[in-house]
Design a protein around this ligand. Structure first.
Ligand SMILES: C[S@@+](CC[C@H](N)C(=O)[O-])C[C@H]1O[C@@H](n2cnc3c(N)ncnc32)[C@H](O)[C@@H]1O
Length: 278
């Protein structure tokens, strides 16, 4: 867990910077990610979770890197016993407040934990784990985080997660003319979270579609679904998303495109569902 990343920064520096950043933004996170663009984003994200909700309402589910609780709240509202977990106590508190407001306390547990260490959770327990919004990209060593998830999933349990996509990140450095950044990204698949404050900068691990396949296979998971999120650039399309009919059209077009294997490299993120081989 204490190993340096490919740029030599220590994992604990990265973790503290990551925690500091997320603690600071927790209070305004929902405000940052509101509006039609993010409604479309969350609708597409949840459409990739829904098919994997356990058939049995008594099966417990886990929201890793729950943030302010979007996915966990949806699952708790559907009737599942839901564990909300996050590295940031600020995020966890925001999720807890919503759970209380929505009268879901009886169905919710909270755990402050790094996805790199889920030892506080029981083994073979959850039928579904959700890790949306880059939590695996923020982990200091994603293969280790995946082992932790494997331990807490029931045999045959499912993980639905989204991560940053390597080829979309190229543009981020190209725009700035940052050739060293480009070189690093191509060599290591790692990039830096560019918070203004140096103490909030941390390493983000990106994945290509093939890297996802390899990553899951090695950890004993069977890939069930992989799509780009999003292949259409929702930021560019933002001006048309205020109109509900256009918004539906964009969602329909995105769904036509986002499982085409040769379009995956256009998406800023990749979302996958994978079943733990029994
Ligand atoms: C982009 S937000 C996504 C929040 C939520 N899942 C969503 O999709 O709305 C990423 C979340 O992951 C949490 N996080 C980052 N690194 C983590 C880690 N190593 N372990 C657990 N949670 C982490 C952050 O605190 C933050 O709440």
């Amino acid at each position: 867990v204490g190993r340096p990343n490919k740029r030599g920064k220590s994992a604990s520096n990265d973790r503290e910077a990551n925690r500091a950043y997320h603690d600071r933004v927790a209070g305004r996170y929902d405000q940052i990610y509101q509006g039609p663009r993010w409604d479309v984003w969350y609708e597409l994200s949840y459409a990739g979770v829904k098919p994997y909700l356990p058939v049995n309402l008594r099966d417990p589910v886990l929201d890793l890197g729950c943030g302010t609780g979007y996915f966990g709240l949806k699952m708790a509202r559907s009737g599942y016993d839901t564990t909300f977990s996050d590295l940031s106590i600020g995020m966890l508190e925001a999720a807890r407040r919503k759970v209380e407001e929505q009268g879901l306390t009886e169905r919710a547990q909270f755990l402050q934990a790094d996805i790199m260490d889920l030892s506080a959770l029981p083994e073979n327990h959850f039928a579904l784990a959700v890790a949306q919004g880059d939590v695996l990209s923020f982990a200091t060593h994603p293969p280790h985080a995946l082992k932790e998830i494997r331990r807490v999933l029931q045999p045959g349990g499912v993980l639905v997660a989204s991560v940053d996509q390597t080829y979309a990140a190229l543009e981020h450095y190209a725009e700035k003319g940052d050739l060293d950044g480009l070189d690093d990204l191509i060599r290591t698949q790692e990039m830096q979270w560019l918070a203004r404050d140096q103490r909030e900068r941390f390493t983000v691990r990106t994945f290509t579609p093939n890297a996802i396949r390899d990553f899951l296979e090695k950890a004993g998971f069977e890939l069930l679904d992989l799509f780009g999120k999003t292949v259409l650039n929702l930021k560019t399309l933002e001006p048309v998303l205020d109109d509900p009919a256009s918004r539906r059209k964009v969602i329909a077009l995105e769904k036509k495109l986002h499982r085409r294997s040769d379009a995956l490299g256009l998406a800023s993120h990749l979302q996958f569902a994978a079943r733990l081989r029994p």
